[in-house]
Design a protein around this ligand. Structure first.
Ligand SMILES: [Zn+2]
Length: 80
C-alpha cells in the first residue's frame, strides 16, 4: 500500500525527523520510510542523510524502520 501511494499514506515527520515519512501499521506500530521524489522536491536529501538519493530513481522508497511507535523514533540514530 505504501509503495502504491507513499505520500497519501505517510505522514511527513518534522524536526529531527524531517524528510522521513511514517505510516501506522496495526495499532502502535510505525513504518518509517523515505520517498526520494519527496526528498528532492523539498531538498531534504541533504538534511535526512538519504545518502545515495541522487543515484536513486524518483519512485524509490527506502524503508528504514518498523516497530512500536516509541521504539521506532528512538532508533533514528541507527538509520543513517
Ligand atoms: Zn532520497
Amino acid at each position: 500500500m505504501i509503495i502504491e501511494n507513499p505520500i497519501v499514506l505517510g505522514e511527513p515527520l518534522k524536526g529531527n525527523f524531517r524528510g522521513y515519512y511514517s505510516s501506522p501499521a496495526k495499532k502502535n506500530f510505525l513504518i518509517i520510510y523515505l520517498y526520494c521524489k519527496a526528498c528532492r522536491a523539498r531538498g531534504d536529501d541533504k538534511m535526512v542523510l538519504c545518502k545515495d538519493c541522487r543515484t536513486c530513481r524518483d519512485e524509490t522508497i527506502k524503508f528504514v524502520d518498523i516497530g512500536p511507535h516509541d521504539e521506532a523514533y528512538k532508533k533514528k540514530s541507527y538509520w543513517s
